[in-house]
Design a protein around this ligand. Structure first.
Ligand code: AMP
Ligand code: MG
Length: 340
């Protein structure tokens, strides 16, 4: 199969593929998705096969208009409606009991479905042109860093999918915030993203960050969200995440640094690493910048052939929580705390 690269002028071609039950790489403001008809079990199976994704890991369903949400779920409680009104279109996925229209293949066998309305104009145009809800997990091989440009999609899926719609670089760079509703007033964050717990608490009386967001699941612990179980976001290089003050992180990395290593640090700390002859690159100077760059940097450092990537950990507030959540998984939970 030859993978075609579509521009915004060719959205109709990509939409036609989706209507035929084919799968297409598509830009969103979070990461690139691998889209297929959410209502067609055969299309959904193609997504799982191309990614090598475990069948029990559910797909998020993408819509472009509010009216397209109700047919996918049993009902829309007032809290869910308020969240959607505040954060859609945008990087928030809301999980609710699914309607019979959602096949079990799409929901990974669960009786719930996560729905989101992406803010990327090309994603909206594609969904509207296709005229169907689009199931789309990240468009990478399962387990590898998520794709934040069309080139990353080609790196992982060239020859395995008929096309990718090129919409430039993703503004967020990390996947959507995923929430479930515990009750009429309580939102539970299952995966953090650019919509932060603080922002959610402007709409919900109580916001709980699920404990599995910040720590590894115990071997006998059930995952509140299937994706929590799996290895994720990992480059080929070994990743070590180092927590603490800038000075403590620098001296820890200096003590561990060996041939074949590279450090991924905050912009403002780069000169201090250069002074100690440590190869280092920056992933930005704000949590938002680090979110936008992290996956792309991990892919680049892999291509340069580094064996170990020592990463300065962000703080866990605001969007930093989302970056930290991805990094502990990329590191296979190898987190060194210099304050301990
Ligand atoms: P990805 O498509 O790679 O961004 O992954 C989507 C993630 O959202 C999954 O790995 C799940 O952890 C989570 N998710 C999607 N749908 C549900 C659901 N119905 N219940 C719980 N978690 C979900
Ligand atoms: Mg993914």
């Amino acid at each position: 199969m030859i993978t075609e690269r579509f521009t915004h002028r060719e959205i109709e071609k990509a939409a036609a593929l989706l209507r035929e039950g084919q799968i297409v790489g598509m830009p969103t403001e979070t990461v690139y998705g691998l889209g297929g008809n959410a209502l067609d079990p055969e299309a959904v199976k193609r997504i799982f096969a191309a990614k090598g994704r475990p069948a029990d890991n559910p797909l998020i369903v993408h819509i472009a208009d509010f009216k397209d949400w109700a047919p996918l779920v049993k009902e829309i409680p007032p809290l869910a409606k308020a969240l959607a009104e505040r954060f859609w279109p945008g990087p928030l996925t809301i999980i609710l009991p699914k309607s019979h229209r959602i096949p079990k293949e799409t929901s990974g066998g669960l009786d719930t479905v996560g729905v989101r309305m992406p803010a990327h104009p090309m994603a909206q145009d594609l969904i509207r042109a296709a005229g169907i809800p689009i199931a789309a997990p990240s468009a990478n091989r399962s387990g590898s860093p998520s794709p934040t440009c069309a080139r990353h999609v080609m790196q992982d899926l060239d020859g395995k999918i008929p096309g990718v719609l090129d919409g430039g670089f993703c503004l967020c760079g990390i996947e959507s915030t995923v929430v479930a509703l515990d009750d009429a007033k309580t939102v539970r964050v299952l995966r953090p993203g650019f919509v932060t717990p603080k922002q959610l608490s402007e709409v919900a009386e109580t916001v709980i960050v699920d404990p599995a967001v910040l720590a590894e699941l115990a071997p006998d612990q059930a995952a509140p969200s299937p994706g929590m179980k799996y290895k994720h976001y990992a480059p080929n290089a070994a990743v070590i995440l180092v927590k603490g003050s800038s000075d403590a992180v620098l001296s820890y990395i200096a003590s561990q640094y060996q041939e074949g290593d590279v450090a991924l640090v905050f912009d403002r700390d780069l000169p201090a690493y250069a002074e100690q002859n440590i190869k280092a690159v920056s992933y930005g100077d704000s949590d938002e910048a680090r979110g936008a760059q992290i996956f792309s940097q991990l892919r680049s450092l892999d291509q340069m052939g580094f064996q170990r990537i020592l990463i300065q950990a962000p703080r866990t507030d605001g969007v930093g929580l989302a970056v930290y959540n991805r990094l502990i998984r990329a590191a296979g939970y190898d987190v060194r705390d210099t304050d301990e």
